[in-house]
Design a protein around this ligand. Structure first.
Ligand code: ASP
Length: 399
């Protein structure tokens, strides 16, 4: 399994550029190149650096010849953090989705002081605005019995100029067990994970990743498929043709969903104007289309994305009106997809820009409200799994 030379040459353009991009000695990269493998502790840095070169790597990129790890009796989730979908094997994802399904079934459960996170402290640190994600983590932590603190950046010392690392040191002194962080810079949660001794959960970093959104989207879809299996000819996500549409370029949701849905084996398409499709996306394991009419053909699921105007420093689309005309999901465009196709959107929505209200609000086809419900359940599952992995690691370290 000598994947390293291909990865170093194709992604970074050779040993020296890879050394520069990864801030490592050329001799280190040379030894990876020669032995053919790269130690696991470097994968995350490589995945982040590769994204800057327009390549989306997954954990599978580091052992492309190995089969998917089968779910085994005695498996236990052992990941210390949730930074990117690429941290997980398929077996981890299946287990997280199963636990998410369990919490979704129990979604009437109210806060409990007896939950699996009793005695643990969860800190929510959001450097970018959020409604759904922040509140769902807060609720998830409380429902599992944790003490939850949501730091308001607007009134914290970050506004007074404190750096991310100073904030990390301050947080470390508070001894949180779990830290949920959203930041405008790609890689900020990974940096905090290196500096802090708690579990770090990425709630969205720049345009890089939003792993918990991808997991909750898969949970939403799986629950819907289970309910309506008879109407959809293939029962699981692996049998679906899924289109992710719109502003792919600025979307961390799209990147994490591409990684997750590829691991689950879906037939994936990206649809968007050429200006909003990232360079190199053809290497992501997707088919690319620029018009909805051909792109939506035969699609079972359509994931719409928000036009992220706040991340655009220039004109990527002529006008919102024209964008809606060509790329907004309306009933007419929906008719190009498979009959009964399902519609998703991570929120917040720009109605009349990327989606029409009558599509977004039709409970027969739209899963958007269900995505919000699944968000709390999925985040309960992630917090629970990480906390148990942390307990096991602490017991092991003490013995
Ligand atoms: N809420 C998602 C995110 O944080 C999607 C969006 O903002 O459009 O990336």
């Amino acid at each position: 399994m000598s994947y390293a030379p291909t990865l170093i040459d194709n992604v970074f353009g050779g040993i020296r550029p890879a050394a520069r991009a990864l801030n490592k000695a050329a001799s280190t990269i040379q030894s990876w190149h020669e032995t053919g493998t790269i130690p696991q502790k470097h994968w995350n840095d490589i995945i982040i650096a590769a994204a800057e070169f327009g390549h989306i790597l997954t954990a599978e990129s580091f052992f492309p010849l190995s089969p998917q790890v089968p779910a085994q009796h005695g498996y236990s989730f052992d990941k210390p953090h949730c930074l990117s979908i690429t941290d997980f094997h398929r077996v981890d994802i299946e287990n997280l989705l199963e636990l998410g399904g369990h919490y979704l079934d129990l979604s009437v459960q109210k806060s409990t002081r007896e939950g699996p996170l009793r005695g643990k402290t969860l800190v929510n640190l959001f450097f970018e605005n959020s409604t759904r994600t922040e509140k769902s983590f807060e609720l998830a932590g409380k429902r599992l019995g944790a003490d939850v603190i949501s730091m308001n950046i607007g009134s914290s010392s970050v506004k007074k100029g404190e750096t991310l690392l100073d904030t990390a040191t301050t947080l470390n002194a508070m001894n949180p067990d779990l830290l949920v962080v959203r930041h405008g810079a790609s890689g900020a949660p990974a940096l905090l994970a290196q500096k802090l001794s708690c579990a770090v959960i990425n709630a969205g970093d720049g345009m890089h990743a939003h792993p918990t959104q991808a997991l909750l989207d898969a949970l939403t879809l799986r629950q819907k498929l289970q309910e309506t299996g008879q109407k959809i000819d293939k029962r699981d996500i692996g049998g679906l043709r899924i289109a992710i549409c719109g502003d792919i370029l600025h979307s961390r949701v799209a990147r994490s969903n591409v990684q997750l849905l590829n691991i689950l084996g879906a037939d994936l398409r990206l649809i968007g104007p050429p200006t909003l499709i990232p360079i190199g996306a053809e290497n992501w394991g997707v088919d690319i289309f620029h018009d909805m009419e051909t792109g939506l053909e035969g699609c079972d699921v359509i994931m719409m994305l928000r036009l992220q105007l706040e991340r655009m420093n220039g004109a990527f689309v002529p006008s919102k009106r024209e964008y809606y005309h060509y790329h907004g999901l309306t009933r007419e465009k929906l008719a190009y997809a498979k009959p009964g196709a399902l519609v998703m959107h991570p929120g917040p929505m720009n109605r009349g820009v990327e989606i029409s209200s009558d599509v977004a609000d039709d409970p027969e086809i739209s899963l958007i409200t269900r995505q919000v419900e699944a968000g709390v359940a999925m985040r309960m599952a992630i917090l629970h799994a990480l906390s148990e992995a942390q307990n096991r690691a602490q017991i092991k370290a003490a013995s």
